[in-house]
Design a protein around this ligand. Structure first.
Ligand SMILES: Cc1ncc(COP(=O)(O)O)c(C=O)c1O
Length: 410
């Protein structure tokens, strides 16, 4: 059901720009699972897109100190000078990329960075190349902005990564952006320098195409994976790349709503025009907290990474032990994206045939009381996403229930 048809039921006609946008399957499943839980059913929800850690204490203290100093008013439109300095320093220190302060922007979450960037650059019919599986917000935001998402399937055999020949074929005179996300939500797949290089070579041949990279999960990588951002590999792309990041996932700050990006000055200025009429500025207190997150101690990130790795290993090995499922080991983020081709065509104990991954995830919710998200919600089937940002005890129980549910299929 689309947003438009849902709202029309209430006797109201929404704008055509949202007519084609579907209500997020992730939110639908979350709402259903929460309702079941309220009814007393022992539902385990593996859908959360946020770390289960708390925001670090030094960050909370910095926010309290900012309030006490009276930093409770509007700030500079696209970020305080203090935060922009901390971000520029972060890009230098961690990514080996130099951005001047007027090449840095701050918004209310990386989501608003994406929104500002697409609003500021997309004319009707402009195309944005998005490898799938993809974070659903990408295509929805592009559509809201009047653009056309060009979705390129990238299967498990390809490591869920876009290949150079696919990119070359997808580029047209209307291509405005290519959007890459590493490590990825939902697949956890990440691009090494060697994976990026052939894509960069294609982009160098097509100067009208801009690159947007979403590095949100940069700090959640495993097995010695070397995170790298494209501009560090190829400085010639810097004049047409927007490098997006944020504090939400690395510092467990999803509720503070701060995202940021580095990019060419003219783009950053255009994005500020959109922001000026949307929110005026990001939250003053959250910006002060983010300065501390970026400038403060970073050593705890390694411990959190180790904890996520343990959980990743638990989930991947449990999934691969279940006949009918096949899970690639992700390089990063806190998601697994497991294939479920082996259960398609089977029948549940209640006699319902599983035709698609969404039938399988419906069955897991109804029968095993485990909420996961079907691959169709991320543009690639038949798969399902587990978020393992929850306790090992819950994960163990959930995986046992999934195994039992699969064993009951005929
Ligand atoms: C790949 C990716 N990018 C960006 C975001 C949004 O982050 P923020 O909380 O900064 O809006 C998310 C959140 O789920 C995400 O998964």
């Amino acid at each position: 059901m689309t947003v438009a048809s849902k709202i029309e039921e209430a006797g109201f006609t929404p704008a055509s720009r949202i007519a084609a946008i579907g209500v997020s399957k992730i939110l639908q499943i979350g709402a259903r699972a929460s309702a079941m839980k309220k009814d007393g059913l022992p539902v385990i929800i593996l859908g959360a897109g946020e770390p289960d850690f708390d925001t670090p204490d030094n960050v909370k203290e910095a926010a309290k100190a900012a309030i006490d100093r009276g930093e409770t008013k509007y700030t500079a439109l696209d970020g305080t000078p203090d935060l922009k300095r901390a971000i520029a320093e972060k890009f230098r220190r961690e990514n080996n990329v130099d951005y001047a302060l007027d090449e840095v922007t701050v918004a209310t979450g990386a989501k608003q960075i994406l929104f500002n960037a697409f609003m500021a650059t997309i004319d009707p019919g402009d195309e944005v190349i998005i490898p799938t599986p993809y974070w659903t917000s990408y295509s929805d935001i592009v559509e809201i902005c009047g653009g056309v998402p060009v979705l390129i399937p990238c299967d498990a055999e390809a490591g869920f990564r876009l290949k150079a020949d696919q990119l070359e074929k997808a580029i047209t005179p209307k291509t405005r952006w290519v959007l890459l996300n590493s490590p990825s939500n939902p697949s956890g797949a990440a691009y090494s320098e060697a994976d990026y290089r052939p894509l960069i070579d294609v982009l160098l041949k097509h100067p009208h195409v801009w690159l947007m990279v979403d590095d949100m999960y940069e700090h959640i990588v495993y097995d010695g994976f070397q995170f790298v951002t494209p501009v560090a590999i190829e400085p010639r792309l810097k004049s047409r790349t927007l490098t997006i990041n944020g504090v939400s996932k690395a510092y467990a700050m999803t509720g503070w709503r701060i995202g940021y990006a580095g990019g060419p000055k003219a783009l950053i200025k255009a994005m500020a025009v959109i922001q000026s009429q949307a929110t005026s500025c990001p939250s003053s207190v959250s910006q002060a907290a983010s300065v501390e997150a970026l400038n403060g101690p970073q050593d705890f990130l390694k411990d959190r990474q180790a904890s996520f790795k343990q959980r990743r290993d638990l989930v991947v090995s449990a999934l691969n032990a279940i006949p009918g499922l096949a899970c690639r080991t992700p390089e990063g983020a806190f998601y697994t994206f497991s294939g479920c081709a082996g259960v398609i065509g089977k029948t549940t104990p209640k006699g319902k045939r599983i035709e698609a991954d969404s039938d399988f995830t419906d069955y897991l919710l109804e029968d095993a009381h485990v909420a996961v998200v079907p691959g169709s919600a991320f543009g690639l089937s038949p798969f399902f996403r587990i978020s393992y940002a929850t306790s090992e005890a819950e994960l163990t129980e959930a995986l046992k229930r999934i195994a039992d549910a699969c064993a009951k299929l005929a």
